[in-house]
Design a protein around this ligand. Structure first.
Ligand code: PLP
Length: 359
């Protein structure tokens, strides 16, 4: 298998792919694939509920929250959040931390008033904004944060306490990479295609009391209460992707849960960050040390030419996806949950070798 450092869709655990392969044409003895059966069937409903329950268990989701499996990607959540929760006379507060936060704000502006509660734009997003002393307007409907900026490679190290103001987080690129206190949040959402499973499904974890204040004049499919009332089975859900999430969650459980995974993630990224920091300036980490992400490691070399050479040679050695996002350039290694420690070790070794040969 390739050393897969893709930013998304991203690596899945080999065990999960093999299990899916085994069950592909005959799911648990029913003589059909899970993608061939009704979403109203007992067999599918069991998988659906099991997936919700596994997520609740592993992510320590308290009572009073619903787990939904929606479509349209995290990008549709950028619009659904303000559609549902932004009323006339209220404002949506945003932490402007990078390219994805910027997209979320642009969508909210289509519906109502927004305010930038904190920003790291002046630092070219090379760190997370300081959320420790926020002063939010009284009429703030919610504070939206991007937990991990996938493109720049920054990650919130802690979440702010927002009191009565609901905290909403886009955790697309770091959900389940570490334990968080879910009770702090009004809502969490994440496209599946990094840490949860294949693309095509977006997980939403919403506190039920959020729905009491939600707008009613929103199209049916775009209202959270539609999906909450119907246990995320209002229409045909992306059943195959949900089944794959189920397998990924079982895999996480077998690994020992999020505390174990987050330690492995830290060990994995330390290998690469240490290589950067010990390279006497050959490699330069893009993001301030106290905002570094354990999911997306961004770094540069002295010249773009050298970066191109690095990308090319790494591909020849079996590494995939190390080129930085086209909007920022440089290099990026995405080290999501399913990327094995051995892949990160191989990358660190390659980086050391490359710097010796070109330093
Ligand atoms: N938010 C973050 C942090 C992302 O990394 C991405 C995609 O990479 C998105 C949102 C958009 O997700 P989707 O492609 O599922 O709409």
């Amino acid at each position: 298998r390739a050393y897969n450092f893709n930013a998304g869709p991203a690596a899945l655990p080999l065990e999960v792919l093999e299990q899916a392969q085994q069950e592909f044409v005959d799911f648990r003895g029913i003589g059909m694939s899970i993608m061939e059966i009704s979403h109203r069937s007992a067999q599918y409903e069991q998988v659906h509920q099991e997936t919700q329950n596994l997520l609740k268990e592993l992510f320590n989701i308290p009572q009073g929250y619903k787990v939904l499996f929606l479509t349209g990607g995290a990008s549709t959540q950028f619009a659904m959040v303000p559609m549902n929760f932004l009323q006339p006379g209220s404002v949506g507060a945003y932490s402007l931390s990078g390219a994805w936060a910027d997209k979320a704000i642009k969508e909210a502006k289509l519906f109502g008033e927004t305010v930038i509660a904190a920003s790291s734009k002046e630092q070219k997003y090379m760190r997370m904004p300081d959320l420790s002393n926020l002063s939010l307007p009284e009429n703030t409907a919610y504070l939206h944060v991007t937990s991990n900026e996938t493109i720049e490679g920054s990650q919130l190290q802690s979440y702010p306490d927002t009191g009565n103001i609901p905290l909403i987080a886009d955790m697309s690129s770091d959900i389940l990479s570490r334990q968080v206190d879910v009770s702090k949040f009004g809502m969490i959402y994440a496209g599946a295609q990094k840490n949860l499973g294949p693309s095509g499904v977006t997980v939403v974890i919403v506190r039920e009391d959020m729905l009491e204040k939600a707008n009613q004049s929103v199209p049916t499919m775009l209202r959270y209460d539609t999906h909450v009332k119907n246990d995320s089975l209002y229409n045909t859900p992306p059943s195959y992707s949900i089944y794959m999430i189920n397998l990924v969650l079982q895999w996480i459980k077998r690994q020992g849960g999020l505390d174990v995974l987050s330690k492995i993630n830290r060990d994995k990224t330390s290998l690469i960050y240490d290589t950067i920091d010990n390279s006497a300036g050959f490699y330069k980490g893009c993001v301030d040390v106290d905002s570094r992400s354990i999911m997306n490691i961004t770094f540069r070399l002295q010249t773009e030419e050298l970066e191109k050479q690095f990308a090319k040679e790494s591909e020849q050695q079996g590494f995939v996806g190390l080129k930085g996002h086209r909007s920022v350039g440089g290099l990026r290694a995405s080290t999501y949950n399913a990327v094995p420690y051995e892949s990160c070790k191989a990358l660190a070794d390659f980086m050391n070798d490359f710097s010796k040969r070109n330093g």
